[in-house]
Ligand binder design. Structure first.
Ligand code: OAD
Length: 248
């Protein structure tokens, strides 16, 4: 593992346009559960029954009670961990240009990254489905479920439900930065939800190196990834940062 990290970091230090694609795994050390695998949200809930837009429109009370209330509580209290902080440091060092994240928790921005593409939208804001009024999630009043706007419309988060389009500009920019980067860090994603999972493939096909950080194997491992660092995101990033110091 030491040798793999060393080689990966040598590539990272040489890169001129590194980007990262992150998934739920990078926020696990901030106590936000992942979707798949042990302790994952989809172990308890069928995503088609709770995270599909049709399910939300059919029964917003059920989805708010089962999923969104807890999500608000967890995200309201979450703080960046070493993984997020390391990526922010890499941006300050001029190495990392952009983070594409499938997460809606806002922790990359809180850590200090300034160019974050929120592929699946965000949970920082809600809007009224009747009048489009926007409200900060921390100001959403949960004393009545579903929470409602003054006009009577139901609030929904700005994140993407299954069955909804990826915000077109986010998709376009993600494709653009993936096809022009020279290195992609792929951290904590099961790499099975499309079209996000295409980004490492686009990067690889465009000649970029792909460094994967994940304690488990994914469909990218052994085919798309040049290096796989099989540790938790925070630990792996700390080791990368320490190794980087010895090279610069
Ligand atoms: P998943 O929950 O599918 O996958 C999390 C990945 O993180 C797995 O591959 C784990 O092995 C890995 N992992 C777990 N703990 C880790 C740690 N401490 N450090 C590093 N990796 C760790 O999450 P995503 O791939 O992000 O979409 O899921 C993609 C999309 O599916 C989400 O954005 C969400 C979900 O349904 C929507 O809601 C539209």
């Amino acid at each position: 593992m030491d040798k793999i990290i060393r080689q990966a970091v040598e590539d990272l230090a040489k890169s001129k346009k590194a980007i990262a694609l992150t998934g739920a795994g990078i926020s696990v050390e901030s106590n936000i559960p992942p979707f798949r695998g042990k302790g994952g949200i989809w172990e308890k809930f069928d995503p088609m029954e709770y995270a599909h837009i049709d399910a939300f429109l059919k029964d917003p009370v059920k989805v708010w009670n089962a999923l969104l209330k807890d999500m608000k509580e967890i995200i309201d209290n979450a703080r960046p961990n070493d993984g997020h902080l390391g990526l922010a440091r890499l941006e300050q060092m001029g190495i990392l240009k952009t983070v594409i994240t499938q997460n809606v928790d806002g922790l990359h921005q809180m850590a200090g990254n300034t160019d974050v593409i929120e592929f699946h939208g965000n949970f920082a804001w809600h809007y009224c489905m009747e009048c489009n009024n926007r409200i900060k999630t921390k100001d959403v009043d949960l004393s009545d479920i579903p929470p409602r706007c003054a006009c009577g419309g139901i609030y929904r988060p700005e994140c993407v439900f299954f069955g909804e389009m990826i915000p077109p500009l986010n998709l376009m920019r993600s494709r653009q930065v993936s096809s022009t980067c020279d290195l992609m860090l792929v951290i904590g994603t099961s790499a099975i939800v499309q079209p996000a999972a295409l980004m490492p493939i686009i990067a690889k096909q465009s000649g970029a190196k792909v460094i994967e950080i994940n304690p488990e194997q994914t469909p990218l491992t052994g085919s798309v990834s040049d290096y796989i660092i099989t540790s938790k995101a925070g630990e792996a990033i700390n080791r990368i940062m320490a190794e980087l110091q010895t090279l610069l």
